[in-house]
Design a protein around this ligand. Sequence first.
Ligand SMILES: *[C@@H]1O[C@H](CO)[C@@H](O)[C@H](O)[C@H]1NC(C)=O
Length: 339
Amino acid sequence: MRMPRGGRLFLATCLGSLFVLVLYFQSITNPEPDVKTDSRPGKSRRSPLQTLYNGDQQLELLAAQRSLQGRRELLEQACLSHTRKRQVLSPEDLKHLIVDDKHSLIYCYVPKVACTNWKRVLMVLTSDGRYTDPLAIPANEAHVAGNLRTLSEFSVPEINQRLRSYLKFIFVREPFERLVSAYRNKFTRSYNTAFHKRYGTKIIRRHRPEPEREALEKGNDVSFHEFVQYLVDPRTQREEPFNEHWERVHSLCHPCMIHYDVVGKYETLEPDAQAVLSLAGVEGTLQFPTSGKSTRTDGNMAARYFKHISPFYQKKLFNLYRMDFLLFNYSTPEYLSSR
Ligand SMILES: *[C@@H]1O[C@H](CO)[C@@H](O)[C@H](O)[C@H]1NC(C)=O
């Protein structure tokens, strides 16, 4: 039977909502996954999910896990109190979820939150020994689509099975620090000409009163204020979704529908990454690359950039990113004018 395109889309949407709904209720009524404990000691290895939720984990993990559990509970509560409408997910929404079938892991990648290094680590984990050192993998190679599998590539039953039994983790960052980091990386570095052409020229055309011809053509000198105007302009999201570098984690990873087992933070990247690798049982063979620069930001970059933004735009921007603040327990920045 041939179905019109609309019909097929509708069917896909229904199937999508079905698996997500099942998961959603499971996460509310029964936060402990239904796993069997292996009674033969040391015989078969536990999955990361079993290691996380079973009571007898190694001692050094306990402290870390308590704070991870706190974040998980806070996320769940925030979801309950701040999301009313039930959204519907389709496999297409799972493009940011990277799958490691070998270690039973699912990682939702968020750009500007150490995602290159996580992709490198996952390439090592899934490579069957072809790679051993994450830092030996060039950054651009880590981002090649097809080097890693995403959950959206699987069938609905396969997606369900993985969502139920794999350890799902995500790494987040203070939303405005992440945003400023994206701005600096994409608009103030001369080599990022693709972003200048694609977004910079448009931003300057729309938000600079009397642009020079060269700026209009190159789009390479967008100010942070112009970038903010572009973000809060209702036309921007009407035309297309935000680029993933400034899209909200809430929209990239659907943390109120997908029950993340570990919420790692950029601010505590090293211990949190270590906890994930321990749960995956690879802490002895693999070190998360935390090479200097990325983790050594002073956490105050956003304040310097927001000084020059008017209270009107600050407020609009905060509303735009509010869910990411609430869901991941980031407090309203002190530098935001309270007028
Ligand atoms: C949430 O943030 C507050 C303030 O930073 C902190 O004291 C608290 O421990 C955090 N809660 C969780 C569950 O992480």
